[in-house]
Design a protein around this ligand. Sequence first.
Ligand SMILES: [Zn+2]
Length: 149
Amino acid sequence: MKCIFYCVKCHKIATARHKCNPLSYVSITRNMRNCVDTMNDLGLELMSAVSYVENVDTSFLHKLELELEFRYEYNEAILQAMPDGWNWYKFSVKDGEVWLSGLRYTENYLWTGAETVTDRVNLIIKKFERYLSYRDPQAVKSILTLMYS
Ligand SMILES: [Zn+2]
């Protein structure tokens, strides 16, 4: 799926004519819009949120991957227990001088014909959206304030 820029301030796809501060732009695949909005409501700033599907050896096996990169290094406690398959990781920018946090979901998915691969990806995203909707924005924001002020 193609990556586009999404403005979290206006809740719009940011075209070349969009005039907001680029720091409010998140590089996304279209299916991740709601996740980005909810993360933003929780006070967590994303840089990118994308889904990938890789067809392994042109068989029925697919590698599904969802990846969210934050603009900061967050403590993993901030969202509490993650749903199955989701893990925190750290990645470096500026040659290892700055470390940031990310969230990743991976699954080896064997396509059986009962649904499309896109259906499967959308279901994973829907479950993650539901998980995020149960987070308490006030609680997350107070953890953020405690940790980073
Ligand atoms: Zn905007």
